[in-house]
Design a protein around this ligand. Structure first.
Ligand code: HEM
Ligand SMILES: [Cu+2]
Length: 664
């Protein structure tokens, strides 16, 4: 057998781990459970560092934000259903569309994907947790608090109101005097910390935590998607955090970064924002495309066509994605050379996406599709992606964009892309992994209903927006006159929105009922190929009783595919149970490299996040002493976190080298 078992452990291992097995119910297995379980009740709730728990929290929290953003959208659609309606004042409408955009883009679209990745990565990679479990808890708590922070002023009628991209001078101190924009600015800086630490965690996890034998060309595409997005975040987020920080200084501390009367540059805002903003749209779609690339093959009964091409297209999209931001600024009077360069890259970026689309279509074509609910969502996604991509290419053409800019055509495009490439794969992903998350199956009949209602409602609601745009209807208007010719399209759009909302309700009802009464899920209900289906549903706290040894990209389909690479070994592997332990492997070939001591549950991340957020609140309210106190408290939480612990010493000096004789 030429598989990973025989890969000799690297010499840096502190000890050669015993190879064995720990079947469910054995003493070893029970001991592992005890080691990895969080304490019950609120103590476990606040202190857990289990990636599964954190992943589920990310999912639930971001779904709640999706619902809040959805209700905001429906209120807007009631207002716009007919001409001259006055349910909302102009100011209320401004706050609604701004908070809707912020909520959907920042509090739903990325966090929901972080939820999937957090839950799934260690299971897909054959590890017992993420590389930095405590950092993972910190990023969740910061996300939650930043979300609450961003919403803090909205119920008081003082929510952000200058659009999600918040252009100066409208958002500057001169035209926006209330606390609205300060909340947005500080909230975004806080959220940026969460995104950054989360990104670092994903990157290190990929390069360090894969099961032995899972070389870099064997990881699932979701992993590529989230990795690419995380690397992009490290470059993109500083730009937006800086922009919002400078804006806050302008507003509160008398600087003039964006103030033209004093030598500042309003265009600086647009550059900083979109240098972040465009890569961000890929950040919130690439992992979702990864969900499809990994789950679609299960329902086509064959591996993904063109694995390498899809993985490379993921990265190519992201690289190009850093060179297109000016397409958001075609109408600002930039030099023609810049406009043509960015127009060209914006057209070129459709090429890698097209590669992925062909790969999915070929997978369906060459496979034997099983029309279960998740498949419907993934196939629907491919169609919506093509429509959204087409309207994207249209707006990338500069002369056309000058016409379409700031019309409902753009609103149609962005919803096709965001709902098509994010919401549909996400809901499909929930149907697919729900059995793993909760140990029960979701109802198929309701599932199909929810798909068709969502799909029809979506197209009914958003397709006519293209028409409204072509008829000249500007975006961000709170009402319109009856003689503009926009009445019918708007009424259809509003009806479609409510049909879509009904689809969401069916989906939620399905979850609620299935949680209680769904059929018990076996380990691998869909007969899927990847590693997360090799553990019980739901997975035990330690994930893998023994660290599996991986030989191919489809560990659970090897017999069927007669994989030439050899056979993975999922039953016997490294038994690591000297405290919480997992294996670190080398970055490319995944050769065992170090036995990693993993941290216990701790309150430190919760308190660090809490005090930092309160510090930001102090800044907002101009309570200097309070801010100082909270910063000190955050510092203390950090000291508690960092306090050296014997248990966490990664290599015992002197014993860390195994002699030649000790090697396999
Ligand atoms: C039921 C589903 C949804 C409906 C009915 C809806 C409706 C709307 C409406 C009416 C607007 C304001 C248009 C304007 O006045 O210019 C809007 C803006 C927007 N929506 Fe949605 N939306 C939905 C879901 C989503 C989702 C899921 C996302 C993102 C993942 C999203 C992202 C945005 C963004 C970024 C804006 C622009 C906000 C701005 O102009 O600052 N929407 N949406
Ligand atoms: Cu863009």
């Amino acid at each position: 057998m030429k598989d990973a078992v025989e890969t000799p452990p690297d010499r840096t291992l502190a000890r050669i781990p015993e190879v064995g097995s720990a079947p469910i119910g054995s003493d070893a297995e029970r001991y592992l459970s005890e080691l990895w379980e969080s304490p019950p009740g609120w103590r476990g709730w606040l202190s857990t560092v289990d990636h599964k728990e954190i992943g589920l929290r990310y999912l639930v929290t971001s779904f709640i934000f999706l619902l809040i953003g959805g209700v905001e959208a429906l209120i807007m659609r009631v207002q716009l259903a007919g001409p001259d309606r006055h349910l909302l004042t102009p100011e209320q409408y401004n706050q609604l569309f701004t908070m809707h955009g912020i909520t959907m883009i920042f509090l739903y679209a990325l966090p929901v994907l972080s939820g999937f990745s957090n839950y799934l990565w260690p299971l897909m990679l054959g590890s017992r947790d993420m590389a930095f479990p405590r950092l993972n808890a910190l990023s969740y708590w910061l996300f939650l608090f930043a979300g609450l922070f961003l919403y803090a002023s909205f119920p008081l009628g003082e929510g952000a109101n200058a659009g999600w991209f918040n252009y100066v001078p409208l958002s500057g101190p001169e035209y926006n005097t209330g606390p609205n924009i300060d909340v947005y600015a500080l909230g975004m800086v806080l959220l940026g910390i969460s995104t950054t630490v989360g990104a670092v965690n994903f990157i290190v996890t990929l390069f360090r935590m894969r099961a032995p034998g899972m070389s870099i060309d064997k990881v699932p595409i979701l992993v590529w998607g989230t990795l690419t997005a995380s690397v992009a975040n490290l470059f993109a987020v500083p730009s937006v955090s800086l922009a919002f920080f400078l804006l806050w200084l302008d507003r509160q501390n008398g600087t003039h970064f964006f103030d033209p009367l004093n030598g500042g540059k309003p265009m600086l805002w647009q550059h900083l924002f979109w240098m972040f903003g465009h890569p961000w749209v890929y950040v919130i779609v690439l992992p979702a495309m990864g969900i499809v690339s990994d789950a679609l093959p299960t329902f086509c009964r064959r591996p993904l066509v063109g694995y390498a091409a899809v993985a490379l297209s993921t990265m190519a999209t992201m690289l190009l994605g850093f060179g297109v931001w000016i397409h958001h600024m075609f109408a600002t009077g930039l030099p023609a050379l810049a406009i043509s360069f960015f127009g060209a890259t914006s057209l070129a970026i459709s090429i890698p996406s097209a590669v992925a689309v062909f790969a999915w279509i070929a997978t369906i074509w060459l496979g034997r599709p099983v029309f279960q609910t998740p498949f419907l969502f993934f196939a629907g996604f491919v169609l919506l992606f093509v429509i959204g991509g087409l309207s994207g290419v249209m707006t990338a053409a500069v002369p056309l964009d000058l016409q379409l800019n700031d019309t409902y055509f753009v609103v149609a495009h962005l919803h096709y892309v965001l709902l098509g490439i994010n919401v549909f794969p996400v809901i499909g992903g929930v149907y697919y992994w729900f059995p793993k998350f909760c140990g029960r199956m979701m109802n198929e009949t309701w599932g199909k209903w929810s798909f068709w209602v969502l799909f029809i409602g979506f197209n009914l609601g958003f397709f006519p927006m293209h028409v409204a745009g072509l008829l000249g209807m500007p975006r961000r208007i709170y009402t319109y006159a009856p003689n503009m010719g926009w009445n019918t399209v708007n009424l259809i759009t509003s009806i479609g929105s409510f049909v879509f909302a009904a689809g969401v309700l069916i989906f939620l009802a399905n979850i609620a009922v299935s949680l209680k009464r769904g059929a018990l899920a076996p380990q691998n209900p869909w007969d899927a190929p990847t590693l997360e289906w090799a553990v019980p549903s739901p997975p035990p706290p330690y994930n893998f009783a023994v660290i599996p040894l991986i030989a191919s990209r489809h560990p659970l389909w090897e017999d069927r595919l007669d994989a030439a690479e050899g056979r993975s070994n999922l039953q016997t592997g490294y038994l690591l149970m000297d405290g919480r332990e997992t294996l670190g492997t080398t970055a490319l070939d995944a050769v065992p490299d170090v036995i990693l001591k993993m941290p216990d549950d701790t309150y430190a991340p919760f308190f660090l996040a809490l005090f930092s957020s309160l510090g930001f609140a102090g800044l907002l309210l101009d309570w200097n002493r309070f801010t100082f106190l909270m910063t000190a408290a955050a510092g203390l939480s950090l000291v508690a976190w960092m306090w050296p612990r014997q248990k966490l010493v990664q290599r015992v000096p002197g014993v860390s080298r195994v002699t030649e004789a000790g090697r396999g």
